[in-house]
Structures are given as C-alpha cells and as structure tokens.
Design a protein around this ligand. Structure first.
Ligand code: 5CA
Length: 445
C-alpha cells in the first residue's frame, strides 16, 4: 500500500477522552473512531489488525478440530425464555421489538442459538463429539463502557461450543480449548495466563479466564510468579490425544493463579512468599464447562449406545477478538507509539523514502516494494512529500515491526537502512539483503 493512496487519519494531539495508553494510541494511529458510547468504527488500519487476529483464531481453532460457522447478531427472545436467561440476563441485554411486536435481542453470547441448532439436527451419540464456533459481533449494554475497545458495548468475540456424550469427553474439549488458546495468544505475541475464575451469567464451576498482565487491566489477580516462566512454544500437539491435552492443562493450571472472584487467602499463603504476586490483568478469553445446564433446559439430547435419551454435556469458550487489540498495545508500546508483534502487524514492513521525487530514491523504493510484495508480504510505502521527521513519527506511531529507510546518500553507497521498531537498532544493508532479512523473519513465524 502506498501511504499517499491510503486512509490513515493520524492525530497529532492526544485525545482528551482516552484514559489508557492503548485507547490513546488506537485513536492517534487512526485505527478506530467512536460512533457512540462503546461502539466503534474500525478504520482501515484497525480493521487490518482485527482481521489478522481473527485469522490466527481461525487457524488455531481449526487446527484443534473445531468447525467454523456463522450465527446472526439478532436473536429471538423465545429461545432465551426457554433457557430462563431472558429475564436473568438483566440490563446488559439490548432488547428490541420488531414491527410485528416480536421480542428480539442483540446477542450478548450464543449458547441458546447453538443449542437450538444442535437439537434440531443431531439425534445420535454417533455424531459426537462436535465443536462449532463463530466469530461474530456481540452487544452488551455495559453500564460503563470505557477504555476504547477494551470494554465496548459492541465487540467482536470468537465463541465456540462443544457437545459431548459424557463429562469426560466434554472435559477433553475444555482441555483442547485451553491448549488452542495458549497457542493463539502466543502467536499474537502475548502471554495470557489461565486463571481460575467464576462462571458468572454463563454458568458452571469449571472455568478459566486468560489474563494478560497489565497495570490498566480491570481484573485483580493473584498468582505464583513461577507461572510467568511457562511457555507453550512450538511443541507439537495431537488434539485427539486426551492424555497430552490433559498434561498441558495440568502444567499451565497447577500453580496458584486466580482472579479476585475465586481468590482464597488461605490457599495463596501456601505459595512461598517470595513468589506471591498480586497484579492487574486484562481478560482476553474464558473457557467454561457447564455440563447439561442448557441441554436439559432446551431438550438437547441424543440417543446413547443403550438407546437412552440423554442430555449432552456442553461448554462454551470465548476469545475477546476486538479487546485483544487493546491488550496487545497495552503489552507492547513505548512513548513513540505502538510496537506490533510480527504475528499481528497490519503491514509487515514500512518503506520510508527520504527524498520523494529523487529518481534513484523513488526507483529503489519501488523495487523494494515489488520485492517484498513478490515474497508475499504487505509493505506500507510512505511516498508522501513530507519531511523525514514526520514520516518517522508516523511509522513509529503505527508501530510496524520493520522499517526500510531509503535516501540518495545511502544509495550512492548501495545501501538502505533497516530498523527494528522494537529495539530501535538500525543496520545498513543492500536493498536485497534488507528484503531477505525481513522475509526470513516472517517465514520463521
Ligand atoms: N459464551 C461465553 C464463552 S463463548 C462468553 O460469553 N464468555 S465471556 O463472557 O467471558 O466473553 C468472552 C470474552 O469476550 C471475554 O473473555 C472478553 O475477552 C471478551 N469481552 C467480554 N465483554 C466484553 C466487552 N464489553 N468488550 C470487549 N470484550 C469483551
């Protein structure tokens, strides 16, 4: 993309309404614009990152054997009356009446709708196990929407639902989700720690939240510091291997790590004092096993091998896709702007032309652009007639991991400058070597 043809409305001033750094940077970098309280338009740069995060979520869900689909945002109230949640959900649910006077709602989550799809189509235990998921907009009429996309009213969520014959099978599905979430967050450059949590309006005692440690997080958390040393890394996982998934769960959940809702001082006191930590965290996902809560209420049963009609065991599993942009920025920025992890960056590499209109500089930039594109990467080429300082400030603000700077002086010696946004380190290389280095970085992801 050439910046002169793009739509990147960066702000010079720090917006007064933004209280935390990720919100400020998303507004300044022209990623989002508030449409009304807690509801945002996703401008091109923000939309690109949102899509990259969705892509990682899709890949990792499908790697785990989960099946993508799409349910609507607007739902009929009738299904929610069956589960009993139409009244229970309270003020957070946005209720709508259509022209025929029928009660509708903008879905805050999808347990009812998916259970209805299941009961209409699945009758036998032979069709289990089954895990379906979608990535769809949700609406929760939060009392205090704040911090930009962190606590929105309209927000994008991946929600997945497993249907299993037995509790053991459903717990394996739970473990699969835990493993796939660990992989997903690490690909986004994040450490998200599974912590014991509370079921809330979704229900169930068996639930973990995934938290990214950050001072601006809304959750208070308590944990054994050893847990921050754990890495999922690039280990191979067979998602059908029950014991293997269970052992990952044990590895990542055996140390003390809880949100304030389930925190227990007496148990925490058993952790050696030097390792006890209390901090704040951003909840970027939650997994639940809730047994037969919805299947019994809504008659989602199958015939088992003994010809008995039994309710299926279920769980639901969510990732806060739009919230993740805020969480990633909270975890990765400096005073100049965002520092995108390579896994989610909107463009792979910036190209800054120090002297637009100079024949050699223009030609070298075009060649770099062509070479990066041919290698399957997306460069962002700042081809505007601006001074160098302004171009650097924009690149630093929008946080692309790599920048190639091209100027007539370097070109006389056959070199361009390759700069890492994260370390600030620059090196002079031939254009070919700079491209090769950037390409190799992304190939290694
Ligand atoms: N049905 C279950 C799992 S599919 C569910 O709704 N879980 S949840 O309530 O925990 O939401 C899943 C994730 O969505 C949360 O972990 C959080 O990251 C994100 N989320 C929840 N509320 C908001 C909000 N108001 N703004 C942005 N993200 C949110």
């Amino acid at each position: 993309m050439r910046l002169s043809r793009y739509f990147l409305p960066v702000l010079k001033e720090t917006p007064a309404e933004a209280q935390i750094v990720s919100h400020r940077l998303m507004l300044r970098a022209g990623m989002i614009k508030q449409a009304s309280a807690g509801i945002y338009s996703w401008l091109p740069l923000g939309f690109k990152v949102l899509r990259r995060i969705e892509q990682i979520v899709h890949e990792e869900q499908q790697r785990a054997g989960h099946i993508p689909m799409l349910m609507p945002t607007l739902q009929s109230a009738d299904l929610w009356r069956e589960s009993g949640r139409y009244d229970d959900y309270g003020q957070e649910m946005l209720r709508i009446t259509d022209r025929h006077g029928r009660d509708m709602l903008y879905g805050p989550t999808n347990e009812e709708l998916i259970t209805d799809i299941f009961r209409s189509n699945v009758a036998s235990y032979k069709d289990l196990p089954l895990t379906l998921y979608h990535i769809q907009w949700k609406f929760r009429d939060e009392v205090r929407p704040r911090f930009g996309v962190m606590r929105g009213r309209e927000f994008l969520m991946k929600d997945g639902y497993n249907f299993d014959l037995t509790k053991d099978d459903a717990l394996h599905a739970y473990n699969r989700h835990l493993v796939s979430y660990l992989r997903s967050y690490e690909r986004m450059g994040l450490q998200a720690i599974p912590m014991r949590a509370d079921g809330g309006p979704i229900g169930g005692d068996y639930t973990h939240e995934f938290l990214v440690l950050a001072e601006t997080g809304e959750s208070e958390v308590f944990y054994d510091s050893e847990i921050t040393d754990l890495k999922f890394g690039d280990r191979e996982i067979d998602y059908d291997d029950v014991a293997q998934c269970q052992s990952v769960l044990e590895e990542f959940t055996s140390r003390y790590a809880r949100t304030d809702e389930t925190h227990d001082e007496a148990v925490f006191a058993e952790v050696p004092e030097a390792r006890r930590r209390s901090a704040r965290g951003i909840e970027v996902g939650q997994i639940f096993y809730f047994g037969t809560k919805y299947s019994e209420a809504m008659g989602a049963t199958v015939i088992d091998a003994e010809q008995n009609q039994v309710p299926v065991h279920m769980g639901s599993h969510g990732i806060g896709v739009s919230r993740l942009l805020g969480a990633i920025i909270e975890a990765s920025h400096d005073d100049k702007g965002i520092i995108w992890p390579e896994g989610v960056t909107p463009f792979h590499c910036g190209i800054v032309n120090l002297k637009q209109g100079d024949e050699a500089a223009d030609a070298a930039c075009d060649a770099l652009y062509g070479a990066l594109t041919a290698a399957g990467l997306e460069p962002l080429y700042d081809d505007r007639k601006e001074r160098a300082g302004g171009k650097f400030a924009t690149m630093d603000l929008i946080g692309l991991p790599w920048r190639i700077t091209v100027g007539p002086r370097g070109l006389k010696n056959g070199v361009v400058e390759l700069t890492s946004r994260k370390t600030g380190e620059s090196e002079e290389l031939t254009p070919e070597a700079a491209v090769a280095k950037v390409v190799a970085r992304y190939a290694a992801l």
